[in-house]
Design a protein around this ligand. Structure first.
Ligand SMILES: CC(C)(COP(=O)(O)OP(=O)(O)OC[C@H]1O[C@@H](n2cnc3c(N)ncnc32)[C@H](O)[C@@H]1OP(=O)(O)O)[C@@H](O)C(=O)NCCC(=O)NCCS
Length: 213
């Protein structure tokens, strides 16, 4: 059993916990020992929700500073830039980041991913895809062949990243959006829900609509 804490008591974090549980159920053993949640400022309502999942709230992020060296963490925060800020802080504690792939996700051959990768149920990655650290593919998100997703990218539910795409660090692809083949989305840019990206997106912008502007 590998000790695991989920960072973030919000909805995304609690969903990430359910992925760890699904991994355990599929393995038929407790691969991940779910120690609890960390959050510096948990909302009262979320503490109640955590309690209903039968997993303790352990405290703030500094809890990891004194944790045993084999305690893994996974960042359960959906916003890529908040996840990056937390990830950079947790790097100081040198505890390893866990990757969680839901048993109902498919990750194809010739694909690599960094630590902290989370694939929700129904996420699909085909082949020759390079995925960085702390990338999250939400439910039913798809990533086509030969694409690169840099650190801290989030692909939200039902979004489709076509083949040969390059998503730079911190990019958010909103729910049901599409990125057409061969395109690049620049660092820290956001593609709005339902958008269709038909040309390269520069750094640090929000685009939305069909075609995305
Ligand atoms: C595009 C987005 C980033 C814009 O956020 P924002 O800057 O806070 O925008 P606002 O809500 O202030 O809306 C600004 C305008 O854009 C419009 N708008 C917002 N999101 C839009 C979208 N996805 N597509 C088209 N128009 C959109 C609003 O209607 C509003 O139009 P108006 O000025 O004519 O009234 C956000 O709406 C979005 O789509 N985020 C992704 C959400 C997502 O994936 N959620 C799933 C979580 S699992």
């Amino acid at each position: 059993m590998i000790p695991l804490v989920v960072v973030g008591c919000g909805g995304h974090g609690r969903e990430v916990l359910t992925i760890a549980r699904a991994v355990n159920a599929a393995a038929g053993r407790q691969r991940w020992q779910l120690l609890g949640f960390l959050d510096d400022r948990p909302a009262e309502e979320n503490l109640k929700r955590v309690q209903r999942l039968d997993v303790p709230y352990l405290g703030g992020l500094d809890w990891l500073r004194d944790a045993p060296a084999d305690t893994h963490h996974v960042i359960g925060i959906g916003d890529p830039r908040v996840r990056r800020a937390v990830g950079q802080r947790l790097d100081r504690y040198a505890t390893p980041a866990a990757s969680l792939v839901h048993p109902a996700a498919t990750i194809g051959p010739d694909t690599e991913h960094g630590p902290g990768f989370v694939a929700f149920a129904g996420a699909r990655v085909t082949t020759n895809v390079t995925i960085g650290r702390h990338v999250h593919l939400n439910q039913n998100a798809t990533v086509g062949h030969d694409s690169t997703l840099a650190d801290y990218v989030s692909v939200n539910p039902l979004a489709a990243v076509s083949g040969d795409c390059q998503l730079a660090e911190g990019v958010l692809i909103g729910t049901t959006a599409a990125v057409l083949q061969g395109l690049r989305v620049g660092r820290d840019s956001t593609v709005g829900a339902g958008a269709c990206v038909v040309r390269d997106v520069p750094e640090g912008v929000v685009v939305k609509g069909v075609p995305a502007r």
